[in-house]
Ligand binder design. Structure first.
Ligand code: XUL
Ligand code: CO
Length: 436
């Protein structure tokens, strides 16, 4: 293991009474919850772009983060240090995976050919480090939004040369993700959306997005990449409207373009907030439709209307998220990727470790609470009870498609007052609190 972060020790579980900020209070990797360990349930990942590349810049200010490579001038040397850094930090924190963008792990050159050469060098280093490390790659992706060429979109650009450039970048990113053993490949819409409909042919742009994703599916088959494809809903930012605006919109898009057999969703907490949904809603919708693939685990500030990408510390959300994930039978090839950054004022390397510890403890606590609620049928029993009438009589007959408006009218005409039952919302909320 490299020693770029001497201030971060190997993090151990010390239990809920520990006051050591550099220790787990709830996350005990080998502890069994049901028939799986916490590590197997939670499948944590570190986001390379925030933890290794993120500098703490904001629209009003310059970088604040203090990192071991700050005085290194050669961008390739910085890239190599960061790649060693992701292995060191994930190993010290018992985080089994990391996720990356092509452009975050290696700098761009003067042409795509040169950029690919830079990428190859860093990928060779990563491949070497993977040989002796327990850390693996959860997913890879292509950054199709930072470079000015993508100002009008990538797959949805009005300029076909930009479409071609983006396609070439995805081709390479798929090859690299395969080479590094990535379990999934993510498409986040980046700038796939619009600023104004006055200059936008929405129909053409959506058709092109569908075409683009099919090209990726075809190429993955060609090179034998068997990872899961994921798209990541987000309603806005950087564009006014992102086409993959929420799980419902993504589901409709995947259906329309016949991509459902190949894609699931990577659902992000802060993006759910921006879409005006709870994360519980987004995960539930995806689970019910068989497209819950992976999670970008972070949280937003509910008073701020932008993507703050904070580390997840809300136990209530963590519990509901783990509830949906357990009900989904786990995340399968997906995981909980900390797409989160320490606040700008939390600029030390220790803050980076402490932020991950806080997030991991949140989900470990959420896992235990959710597991216990499911084990006890705490929410399942009242739910089954609420819908019990659909299992027999007229309810069963409606579900079986045996009724018509005419037959239902005859059933309703002479009904007196219908006996309704309480929804028991407050009682259920209190039940959840008992498990926290
Ligand atoms: C952007 C976002 C990204 C994607 C990967 O809002 O969440 O980090 O997860 O490009
Ligand atoms: Co994300």
């Amino acid at each position: 293991m490299s020693d770029l972060f001497p201030g971060v020790p190997v993090i151990k579980f010390e239990g809920p009474n520990s006051d050591n900020p550099l220790a787990f209070k709830r996350y005990d990797p080998d502890k069994k919850v049901g028939d799986k360990t916490m590590k197997e349930h939670l499948r944590f990942a570190m986001a390379f772009w925030h933890s290794l590349t993120g500098a703490g810049r904001d629209p009003f200010g310059d970088p604040t983060m203090k990192r071991p490579w700050d005085s290194v001038a050669d961008p390739m040397e910085v890239a190599r240090a960061r790649m060693r850094g992701v292995f060191e930090l994930t190993e010290k924190l018992s985080i089994p995976y990391f996720c990356f963008h092509d452009r975050d792990i290696a700098p761009e050159g003067a042409s795509l050919r040169e950029t690919n050469r830079n990428l190859d060098q860093i990928v060779a280093l990563a491949k070497d480090l993977l040989k002796t490390s327990p850390t693996k790659v959860l997913w890879g992706t292509a950054n199709l939004f930072s470079n000015p060429r993508f100002m009008h979109g990538a797959a949805t650009s009005p300029n076909p040369q930009v479409f071609a450039y983006a396609a070439a970048q995805v081709k390479k990113a798929l090859e690299v993700t395969k080479e590094l053993g990535g379990k999934n490949y993510v498409f986040w819409g980046g700038r796939e959306g619009y600023e104004t409909l006055l200059n936008t042919d929405m129909r053409l742009e959506l058709d092109n997005l569908g075409r683009f994703l099919h090209l990726a599916v075809d190429y993955a088959k060609e090179i034998g990449f068997s990872g899961q494809f994921l798209i990541e809903p987000k309603p806005m930012e950087p564009t006014k409207h992102q086409y993959d605006s929420d799980t419902g919109a993504c589901f409709a898009f995947l259906q329309e373009y016949d991509l459902l057999p190949n894609f699931k969703l990577n659902i992000e907490t802060n993006h759910a907030t921006l879409a005006g949904h709870t994360i519980q809603h987004e995960l539930r919708f995806a689970r019910d439709h068989g497209i819950l693939g992976s999670v970008d685990a972070n949280q937003g500030d509910e008073l701020l209307g932008w993507d703050t990408d904070q580390f997840p510390t809300n136990l209530y959300h963590g519990t509901f998220m783990m509830y949906e994930i357990l009900k989904n039978g786990g995340l399968h090839s997906g995981g909980l990727n900390f797409d989160a950054k320490p606040r700008r004022g939390s600029f030390t390397v220790e803050d980076l470790a402490i932020s991950h510890i806080a997030g991991m403890d949140t989900f470990a606590r959420g896992l235990e609470a959710a597991f216990a609620m499911i084990r006890d049928g705490a929410l399942d029993r009242p739910l089954a009870d609420r819908y019990a009438a659909w299992g027999s009589g007229i309810g069963a007959s409606i579900r079986a498609g045996k009724e018509s408006l005419r037959s239902l009218e005859s059933a309703a005409l002479d009904l007196g007052e219908i006996a309704l039952r309480s929804g028991r919302q407050e009682e259920l909320e209190a039940i959840v609190n008992r498990y926290l």
